[in-house]
Design a protein around this ligand. Structure first.
Ligand SMILES: *[C@@H]1O[C@H](CO)[C@@H](O)[C@H](O)[C@H]1NC(C)=O
Length: 274
């Protein structure tokens, strides 16, 4: 079971992350150099089991989701955290499937369209460092309410539109939406709003803006990125150990845009049970 999971992870890494090859090589070298751990499992299994799974369940046009992607999540590609993270994006959120199989979205038709666009982008470019810039671009446009300009992201990022437009026009995008629906609806514990951030299977609830420290805590490997070392240093900065102060700025800035202040709640009952 454990071995199968390790092999599965390894395959996913080889497929999904070019950097994993470098990481595996480094770990191999380090492991060969260190003769101190003769009883450890194979270096490759250790290396691939190390990454922390970060999943974001979100939907297009949800202000908190846009804000999280545009102001928090993108940083993991700049601060080195991505080297220890297996990031999975799930663009569906609180949409519902009608009895006739069509999808209804909280924010109307544009949300459904753009959820499908983003699902197709993930499908077209499965490596996260390839699809994330496109999704970041689309989310940036929707934040400015330029919903109909999403296709400008192809040229902006020098990407071929064909795999994404084919996915949408063939109806495969709709199939992907149904798959993402199954995925979010199978979550245990279930999601109660979006953005719903999950680290190694554990939802972060309202602490999601602090996801970096959860990832650093969950990471058991030896290639600790600088950002995690900085977080764990005894520090003289006054905010250490406090609730992330940026949460406040987050709300204020959303407020300034006079958009909804609330995460996208699934239902009033679900919200009360939290
Ligand atoms: C599905 O149902 C909705 C509302 O009940 C309706 O507006 C829509 O046209 C239907 N679509 C198809 C493809 O049957």
């Amino acid at each position: 079971m454990f071995i199968q999971r390790g092999v599965g992870n390894m395959e996913a890494h080889l497929r999904n992350n070019r950097r994993s090859e470098v990481v595996i090589l480094l770990v191999l070298i380090v492991s060969l150099a260190a003769t101190l751990s003769p009883s450890s499992a194979s270096p490759i299994a250790v290396a691939t089991g190390e990454k922390v799974e970060l999943s974001l369940y979100y939907e297009a046009l949800c202000p908190y989701c846009e804000f999280f992607i545009l102001n928090y999540l993108y940083k993991i590609f700049d601060n080195g955290l991505i080297s220890i993270v297996d990031l999975k994006l799930s663009p569906y959120g609180n949409a519902k499937i009608r009895s006739n199989g069509t999808v209804v979205c909280q924010h109307g038709e544009w949300e459904c369209v753009l959820n499908t666009v983003e699902a197709c982008a993930i499908h077209a470019w499965p490596v996260v460092s390839d699809h994330f810039p496109f999704i970041y671009c689309v989310e940036g446009l929707t934040y400015e309410e330029k919903y109909d300009e999403w296709e400008s992201c192809f040229a902006k990022l020098n990407l071929d539109p064909k795999p994404v437009t084919d996915c949408i026009n063939s109806g495969y995008g709709h199939e992907l939406a149904l798959q993402y629906a199954d995925e979010i609806n199978a979550l245990k514990p279930p999601h109660t709003y979006v953005p719903w951030v999950v680290v190694d299977g554990q939802p972060l609830y309202d602490d999601y803006p602090d996801f970096v420290s959860f990832i650093c805590k969950a990471y058991k490997g030896s290639n600790v990125p600088q950002i995690c070392l900085e977080l764990s240093l005894p520090t003289t900065t006054p905010n250490y150990g406090a609730k992330p102060s940026n949460h406040v700025g987050y709300k204020e800035e959303d407020n300034a845009k006079s958009k909804s202040m609330l995460p996208e709640i699934v239902s009033a009952e679900a919200a009360e049970s939290m």
